[in-house]
Design a protein around this ligand. Structure first.
Ligand code: GDP
Length: 298
């Protein structure tokens, strides 16, 4: 099986004007910078981050007295790495008993899959996990989470058609009583109206605090990296409504829109705890700024 980095690279390169192509010439010209600007925008880096990167790059080129495109490319990798570095943080569990995580995101973003992968990762590091199926609207979501729970032999609190806040409250209370290390609450991604969704998520958050005063310790948004600038819009909307503590950015395997992480870094720098690079269990990876910058430019 192909390594995830190479799949990430291929996906990122699947655009008519890949960033790497900009550096195949022999001279540093104005056109090179223009092409680079277009390629960065094509990769969904967004106007602000693109402007920032170009300015920063020109400064670095001057300082290093670079004379050929290959050297410029290496300096761009440094600039992107520096921009993305603040997003590189690891998810800490163990400070609270239990650590309560609330996971949000629109339907189809990869929320349930990511929770499954995270559960396996935590269960393997000897964490006692309890899942809360607070998406009581979709039977399929509950079932899917149930499959992940069975597979990893972790407990799940689930109730058909129940009140999502009540299910979450029960789960946190059960987690405390049963000595769970981590409680993960899956939430709904779509309700009749978007406004309604945010109100319900706020209610779930309040109820978690009622069950455990210091919680939730994490409010994680799962976003589909393949949606490019739309992902940034979602990050802002969910952060404004709920106060996010971090992100999981999925589907960075088949996408040419990986530049969106630079846009997030520039406009809403939240920790990216994991990136999804495929549907398999091992495809939830920790985010490394340098690796990602390199993949973006290969
Ligand atoms: P939810 O509605 O947010 O819970 O989304 P799901 O977890 O059901 O995922 C929606 C689809 O995206 C499923 O087919 C997943 O297998 C797929 N998916 C999730 N994460 C990734 C990823 O990182 N890469 C790829 N290629 N597919 C993913």
């Amino acid at each position: 099986r192909e390594g995830w980095l190479s799949r990430l690279r291929k996906g990122l390169a699947r655009t008519g004007s890949s960033i790497a192509q900009v550096f195949t010439g022999t001279k540093i010209t104005d056109e090179l910078y223009e092409e680079l600007e277009a390629a960065l925008l094509m990769a969904d880096t967004g106007v602000k981050a693109t402007e920032h990167l170009l300015e920063d790059l020109k400064r670095r080129v001057k300082e290093a007295k670079a004379t050929d495109p290959a050297a410029v490319k290496a300096l761009l990798a440094d600039a992107i790495t520096e921009l993305l570095a603040p997003l590189e943080k690891s998810l800490v569990v163990g400070e609270h008993h239990p650590t309560v995580m609330m996971v949000v995101g629109v339907n189809g973003a990869g929320k349930t899959t990511s929770i499954g992968k995270l559960t396996k990762h935590l269960a393997e590091s000897d964490c006692k996990v309890l899942l809360a199926a607070a998406d009581t609207f979709r039977a399929a979501a509950r079932e899917q989470l149930g499959v992940w729970a069975d597979r990893n032999r972790v407990e799940i609190i689930s109730q058909e058609g129940g009140d999502p806040a009540a299910v979450t409250f029960d789960a946190v209370t059960a987690g405390k009583a049963r000595g769970a290390d981590v409680v993960i609450a899956d939430t709904a991604g779509r309700l009749p109206t978007q406004l309604h969704l945010m109100e319900e998520l706020k209610k779930i958050k309040r109820v978690i605090t009622k069950a455990e005063a210091t919680a939730p310790h994490q409010v994680l948004l799962v976003v589909d990296g393949n949606t490019g600038q739309n992902a940034l819009t979602q990050v802002k909307a969910f952060d404004d409504a709920l106060g996010l503590t971090g992100l999981i950015v999925t589907k960075l395997d088949g996408t040419a829109k990986g530049g969106v992480l630079a846009a997030i870094a520039r406009e809403r720098p939240l920790p990216v705890y994991f990136i999804g690079v495929g549907e398999k269990l091992e495809d939830l990876q920790t985010f490394k700024a340098r690796e990602f910058a390199k993949a973006l430019l290969d």
